[in-house]
Design a protein around this ligand. Structure first.
Ligand SMILES: Cc1cc2nc3c(=O)[nH]c(=O)nc-3n(C[C@H](O)[C@H](O)[C@H](O)COP(=O)(O)OP(=O)(O)OC[C@H]3O[C@@H](n4cnc5c(N)ncnc54)[C@H](O)[C@@H]3O)c2cc1C
Length: 396
């Protein structure tokens, strides 16, 4: 038996013994996810136990070095762990902006002290991070950001505002883009700071959506004192870190299309709800054609994503600009798949409240996919990156 097969058996046995039954069911929504953080209230003992057990093994971030709270697993071992978790329907023990975004950026650009301070806390789910990038006049054109950090000797004084800061009101800390040089070309005057959301001068105002929820905030900084030790990388070169972090964010969003109803594909849902003919084919021929196209595209997308990740791992780096392909295709495909779920349900799919529809799980999921192709960079901007940086097409 080769080493990877031995690892698989060991992993399977460990997961079987340690993953609580309750953690082998699909999450029912945002409120059911373990986000961690100083003020996080676990939904159940099982959720808490599952996080603690996985964090102890370093398996909340299995590919990170052990020295920073990770599992130290190889790319192949991480794949095996994920496959074995999927096989028993195990939930991710922890979701966080620290894992998806800040962690990879700190591993690449952080000082040793910053890595030691922040990475293990992210891995254990002790600190919840939010992302302070977008501003009222800097979204797609992010480099136009105006939040300023003035040099005040041993610290910066940060003043300005951010918008669409997801979960800022629940986060403990923020990774934040600030302008530190106003005379340089816009990409060259930006720095990357880390600071605490409880520090004087930081405030948040949740943005209420028509759904009644507030997944993001306006975030204000009024003379926030941030020690210079909290600068990541080189002063005025934060744009390099910002872009690198975005490639990880985009890879994560593009690959995050699994949140379909109870983990079932549109084909499975349609077969159950609309029924099949004598040969086991979907009874509605038009829907059948569209479902088949989406399922084939989903398989092709999964294979492409796996190939990109394998090629990146063998080169010892992230997927880079190819993250724009994953973000664009993954989110557009996910929109198509949710459209199919809505078509399958007919008018009942519009039910917004009530136990029967699990409080409108289907239309809420469908609406959420519209935001996927905006957050982390819009589809238009992704196509622009693909055209310029991957296909090397000339500017129009
Ligand atoms: C659910 C959600 C969560 C978010 N969370 C965060 C967060 O945590 N932190 C954070 O900092 N930000 C967050 N954002 C903000 C997000 O990054 C921005 O919304 C996004 O970058 C687009 O910027 P904008 O909203 O200012 O739109 P704009 O940039 O004003 O774009 C408006 C329209 O113009 C198009 N457009 C703009 N420029 C071009 C171009 N060059 N070529 C072609 N078309 C173009 C866009 O595609 C879009 O359709 C979140 C957004 C969403 C929806």
């Amino acid at each position: 038996m080769d080493a990877l097969e031995a690892f698989r058996r060991e992993t399977r046995a460990w997961l079987d013994a340690n993953c609580p039954a309750e953690m082998r069911t699909p999450v029912s929504g945002d409120d059911d996810i373990c986000w961690g953080g100083r003020n996080f209230v676990f939904k159940s003992e099982a959720q808490k136990v599952w996080l603690a057990r996985m964090a102890e093994r370093g398996w909340t971030v299995p590919g990170w070095p052990k020295a920073y709270g990770g599992g130290g697993l190889s790319h192949e071992e991480v794949k095996v762990l994920k496959e074995e978790m999927r096989a028993i329907g195990a939930r991710s023990p922890l979701e966080s902006f620290g894992i998806w975004m800040l962690g990879p950026a700190l591993l690449a650009f952080g000082s040793e002290e910053q890595k030691q301070e922040h990475l293990p806390r992210i891995a254990r789910g002790e600190i919840r991070w939010c992302q302070g990038y977008s501003e009222p006049n800097a979204g797609s054109d992010l480099a136009s950001l105006q939040t300023r950090a003035e040099d005040a000797g041993d610290h910066f004084v940060v003043t300005g505002s951010k918008i669409w800061t997801s979960y800022a009101d629940k986060a403990d800390m923020i990774f934040c883009l600030v302008r530190t040089d106003f005379s340089a070309p816009k990409h060259l005057g930006i720095s990357f700071l880390l600071f605490d959301m409880t520090w004087p001068g930081v405030s948040t105002k949740p943005i209420l959506l028509i759904s009644g929820k507030s997944p993001f905030c306006e975030t204000f900084f009024d003379g926030v004192k941030v020690p210079k030790a909290n600068l990541v990388g080189t002063l005025n070169r934060g744009w390099d870190i910002a872009k690198y972090l975005l490639t990880h964010e985009r890879e994560m969003i593009g690959g995050g299309g699994g949140g379909l109803l109870g983990g079932r594909s549109p084909g499975q849902v349609a077969a159950q709800e609309i029924g099949t003919d004598g040969e086991g084919k979907l009874a509605d021929a038009f829907l059948r054609a569209d479902v088949a196209r989406a399922e084939v595209d989903a398989l092709a997308f999964a294979a492409t994503m796996a190939r990109y990740k394998d090629e990146a791992a063998s080169g010892g780096k992230g997927v880079g600009d190819r993250s724009a392909v994953l973000k664009y295709y993954g989110t557009e495909l996910n929109k198509r798949r949710h459209e199919l779920l809505m078509r399958t349900a007919g008018h009942e799919g519009l039910e917004w409240e009530g136990a029967r529809s699990n409080d409108g799980e289907r239309p809420r999921g469908w609406l959420r996919t519209k935001a996927n192709s905006i957050e982390g960079g819009t589809s238009e901007v992704m196509l622009d990156i693909v055209a310029k940086r991957l296909l090397q097409l000339p500017n129009a």
